[in-house]
Each structure stands twice: as C-alpha cells, then as structure tokens.
Design a protein around this ligand. Structure first.
Ligand SMILES: Cc1cc2nc3c(=O)[nH]c(=O)nc-3n(C[C@H](O)[C@H](O)[C@H](O)COP(=O)(O)O)c2cc1C
Length: 199
C-alpha cells in the first residue's frame, strides 16, 4: 500500500477485537521503528512503555477517562513519556551526541526556562507519535492515540523515574463493527483552501 492509501485508510479505532493479539514479531518491528524516530539534534528524549499484561493494562485503563474500554479491549498499550530530569538529559547528550549538536542545545534551548526546555523535549516525543501511527498503518495494526489519560497516575502505576507520560496509544485489531472506520464514517478534515496557502 502506498502512503496516500495508508493515510486515507488509517483511523482512530474506537472498538477492538479483544480476542486478537499482535504477534511478538510485529511488536519487535514497532519497537525498532520507534527507536529510529527522528528528533531535533537526535536528542531522543523519550521512553516508550509497551504494556500487554492484562492486569497492568486494566489498571491504566481505569485511569484513562472515556478511553477505558478501548484500552481494555486492545492488544497492547504503548505509553509515550518525555524525560523530565533536565540535568540527566544534559549529561546524556554530552556523552552521546556530537559537539555540534550539544552546541546547538546550549545556544538555542538551554537558555530557556525549565518549562520551555521541557516543552522542547516533549515536542520530540510528539513527533515520534506521527511516525508510530504511520508505522502501525503500514503493518496493518489499528491504533488509538490518546491524550485523555491521567498522566500523573500513569507515572505512579508504571513507576517511572525521570520520565513524564504524555499520551498513550492503544494498538490491536479493530472490531469489524467499529463505526469510526472510514468505510462507515467518512474522514473529516478542513478543506484544501483552509489548509494550504498558495504564494
Ligand atoms: C495527540 C492526540 C491525542 C488524541 N487523544 C484522543 C483520545 O484521548 N481519545 C480518542 O478517542 N481519540 C483521541 N485522538 C484521536 C483524534 O481525535 C483523531 O486523530 C482525529 O479526530 C482525526 O481522526 P482520525 O485519526 O480517525 O483520522 C487523539 C489524537 C491525537 C493526535
């Protein structure tokens, strides 16, 4: 399938077939794709937590507002977190990145406030979300990106140190009757005129 077809056919899945689990080999492929996500100066300020254990997945579902059922039914839940310990991040880039990249960070990012630096770090994690959703579509995996989660409770349940959960993605195989799929509900987007400017 080419990318245009994937973009038109992927959608936010609202109901999963809870009997179908994603094979381990496909999970390994998704992990490798996430590892290859691009980020500014190759900063990679992320951690991805793959949850398939039903008890743990159920706990996270319980602190995910209106997304509870999707998470319960899905095969896996992937939690996307950004590093929130700035000194730790700075030590790591000193050790792993070329001088020029560290120089860029020191000149353009580091002078900002802690909240501006964290925002820059979080932007990188959002970029990996786009990469991941496209990857899922290419592997015929259905997905649900979700900001509707209780981030602090996720941090507690997953026992995350130095990382702040930002959002999660449920992945699996759709319930054939999911009425959010494009064959039932047409995709809704702004018009070309509202989206692009011709100069
Ligand atoms: C960052 C982000 C957060 C989202 N959070 C939720 C969510 O919590 N629950 C949900 O059902 N959909 C969520 N969505 C799905 C969007 O509503 C959906 O992508 C948008 O309506 C376009 O529809 P489509 O993905 O089916 O093309 C989220 C999407 C993104 C990119």
């Amino acid at each position: 399938m080419n990318f245009s077809t994937l973009a038109a056919s992927r959608y936010t899945t609202k109901s999963y077939d809870s009997d179908k689990k994603i094979p381990m080999e496909t999970i390994l492929q998704l992990k490798e794709i996430l590892r290859l996500s691009p980020s500014s100066i190759n900063s990679q300020p992320w951690q991805f937590t793959f949850v398939s254990n039903e008890t743990l997945k159920g706990k996270l579902a319980g602190v995910s507002y209106f997304n509870e059922q999707k998470i319960t039914e899905a095969s896996h839940l992937v939690v996307f977190s950004a590093i929130d310990n700035i000194p730790l991040f700075e030590r790591r880039i000193q050790e792993t990145l070329p001088e020029g990249s560290v120089g860029y960070y020191n000149q353009f990012v580091k002078p900002g406030s802690a909240s501006e630096i964290k925002s820059w770090l979080q932007h990188q994690v959002y970029l990996s979300l786009g990469f991941f959703l496209a990857a899922c579509a290419s592997l015929e995996i259905d997905s649900t990106p979700m900001e509707g989660i209780q981030n602090e409770k996720y941090k507690e349940i997953l026992n995350l140190e130095h990382y702040q959960p930002l959002f999660a993605v449920a992945i699996g195989y759709r319930n054939p009757e999911d009425n959010n799929q494009p064959s039932i509900k047409a995709k809704s987007r702004l018009s070309y005129e509202q989206t692009f400017e011709i100069i």
